[in-house]
Design a protein around this ligand. Structure first.
Ligand SMILES: Nc1ncnc2c1ncn2[C@@H]1O[C@H](COP(=O)(O)OP(=O)(O)OP(=O)(O)O)[C@@H](O)[C@H]1O
Length: 272
């Protein structure tokens, strides 16, 4: 894709990820200028996809980039909570404006639009995919260097539809040692190939826990196989994250952006 891509195919003839297999992607809002869209996927739920999406945004914001998170995990939206955002988005006649975290990451999530955030979203697949598309077409994102998309878990119909409508530049796959890594990675690799989107790498979450007394690394879920699997599919392992109770409490209190520990340090060398 061209460096100057605006994702507006009507003014450009290039055959890139914005115009996959001749299918035009959804057009961004006229007040959006998003340079890179990175989708964060996991083959199954609960492996820490939302946490990794948020940490990627925190790390990139610290590196000086303008960051945003599009919460496409419509049935399990957790991004506003992680960033401590409680207000509702501003709306005008022709735009929905994202909320901003304390350190400037822009966020849009179904949770910000619900009357009662504890209500479950019980929509069928096409409606969910439609809502995600609207987060792209109707939200005035402004200038964004990196948008991270917290994708719906799995590799089914909903994530596929989301991929078809958003101009995704690359995918980061989140796994955990107990999550049948080989199967999960294979499915995600296949989906990425079908969508013609490059996989930027794997992040293994919950790789180990450090003993607070002696510092020994304990592999709670057994030995990791992520390096072998990555080699098999010619993928990079971007980071291996420990389990850290502080991370869980920062997420719960909406203070993840102030994190200073091994977990965020593991992102230091990641270049997407
Ligand atoms: N490395 C970690 N250390 C401590 N807690 C973690 C870690 N990774 C995830 N958690 C906690 O586990 C819970 C689930 O994480 P998260 O919501 O990111 O998973 P998910 O894969 O997005 O789940 P879902 O698929 O249901 O949306 C959260 O409460 C999070 O704070």
């Amino acid at each position: 894709m061209s460096e100057e891509c605006t994702h507006d195919c009507s003014s450009c003839g290039a055959d890139c990820s914005s115009r996959e297999n001749g299918i035009e992607k959804a057009q961004p809002h006229y007040m959006s200028n998003v340079k890179k869209v990175i989708a964060v996927v996991s083959g199954k739920g609960g492996v820490g996809k939302s946490l990794v999406t948020s940490l990627l945004a925190v790390d990139h914001a610290r590196k000086g980039f303008k960051t945003a998170v599009l919460d496409a995990d419509i049935t399990g939206p957790s991004i506003p909570k992680i960033f401590g955002i409680n207000e509702r988005p501003v709306t005008t006649e022709d735009a929905l404006f994202p909320c901003e975290s304390e350190f400037g990451t822009k966020v849009m999530s179904i949770n910000l639009l619900m009357e009662n955030t504890n209500d479950p979203v019980i929509w069928r697949g096409p409606v969910i995919a439609g809502a995600v598309t609207q987060f792209w077409t109707d939200v005035a994102w402004g200038d964004v260097d990196y948008m991270f998309v917290d994708m719906p878990p799995g590799t089914g119909d909903v994530p596929l539809t989301v991929f078809q409508s958003l101009p995704v530049d690359g995918i980061v796959i989140v796994t955990s040692p107990q999550s049948l890594v080989s199967l999960v990675v294979e499915k995600s690799v296949r989906m990425a190939k079908m969508m013609n989107v490059p996989i930027l790498g794997l992040i293994e979450n919950m790789s180990y826990i450090k003993c607070p007394d002696c510092g020994k690394e304990i592999k709670l879920f057994g030995d990791s196989h992520v390096d072998e699997i990555a080699a098999q599919y010619d993928l990079k392992v971007l980071a291996k994250l420990p389990i850290d109770p502080l991370v869980a409490s920062l997420c719960d209190s909406g203070k993840l952006e102030i994190i200073e520990n091994d977990v965020i340090a593991a992102f230091k060398d990641i270049k997407l």
